[in-house]
Design a protein around this ligand. Sequence first.
Ligand SMILES: *Cc1c(COP(=O)(O)O)cnc(C)c1O
Length: 427
Amino acid sequence: MAENMIGTKCVQAGYTPGNGEPRQIPIIQSTTFKYASSAEMGKLFDLEASGYFYSRLQNPTNDYVAAKIAALEGGSSAMLTSSGQAANFYAVFNIASCGDHVVSSASIYGGTYNLFAVTMKRMGVEFTFVSPDCSEEELAAAFRPNTKAVFGETIANPALTVLDIEKFAKAAHDHGVPLIIDNTFATPINCRPFQWGADIVTHSTTKYMDGHGGALGGCIVDSGKFDWTAHADKFPGLCTPDDSYHGVTYTERFGLEGAFITKCTAQLMRDFGSVQSPQNAYYLNLGLESLHLRVKRHCENAQAIAEFLQKHEKISWVRYCGLPGDDYYEMGQKYLPNGSCGVVSFGVKGGRAAAEEFMGNLKIAAIETHVADARTCCLHPASATHRQMNNEELLAAGVTADLVRLSCGIEDAADLIADLEQALAAI
Ligand SMILES: *Cc1c(COP(=O)(O)O)cnc(C)c1O
């Protein structure tokens, strides 16, 4: 039988009940699991047998949902984390430690930038940030002998730049390291980065995957294709025995398909413990069941709204890669031919004051520090997430004082446009 298509995977992948078993994934709300003998439990601790023993390491509910996301991305294995922040931290720290270096696109989520540039720097991991639009030469020049990974976002939050994944994958592989892609905004419905050469994919499942603003979460997916053993000197943690796990060598015991996620679970989840609760994993799975329907609607609404705004006399500019003439239109056509995401950013004529007044007039779109859920929401970064910056610093961060970020929900486009229309008319 041919492999199922993406919508079928959203509904069906990850969990197949047997006779008389629950149709919906069971919420295994249990911290621990019972065994008959200490010897059997010992095998689990040595990673010699697979099975559940403590939910910080593995939980069946979480595993069903992780398996679904692995199927959606076309990966070999996956794990859930408590948030997108934990997913990106684990994905990088699993292969880069004190003394190592990582090349990252500069156009990434602010929280990830802070994690890399401040917190992981304090842990001794150095980052070089490059423009997503840099030349191949500029990209190659960012590498050092101790570089262990390359990082970028398919569609950057909030800049809405589209990454040339093939260019970044080629540079990473030329230097013997994997490409890690945060695919939160595109979701596997619109882009599957493994098809373009990425090796590891991360998600803030808090956004479109959960999709209802209900549950924080994250996910890491491994393609299973990166050959750690071909660069064993760079990745001793995967290719040499782990003393904290009785001398297990992850690539030998779990193969290329399982080494990365098993190490990440056995070491980082064991020691840092950023687990997703089974209850949240259940909510996440409910969101995944309709991901293909919702993402399509988010994109249709965003496209209609971007076109409306582009023609409006009180709007000075619109950024959305679905608009012909947008700086990322061609890149979007290549990597996101079926749609990009529901987030549109634009400038209101009259700058900061006009943007704030306009937003205050909106009746459906709510002002929130959130994106990518069913309800339309908006944010004025200059007076919220980037509030501490003056106008010059805002410009350097690509956030102008007039910028409004609108996350289009799945309501009816005509109502959303009417709301924008009355809010603009009143300024
Ligand atoms: C929100 C977000 C994150 C962080 O995720 P949390 O679930 O809020 O921790 C990481 N990357 C991107 C692209 C995001 O939009």
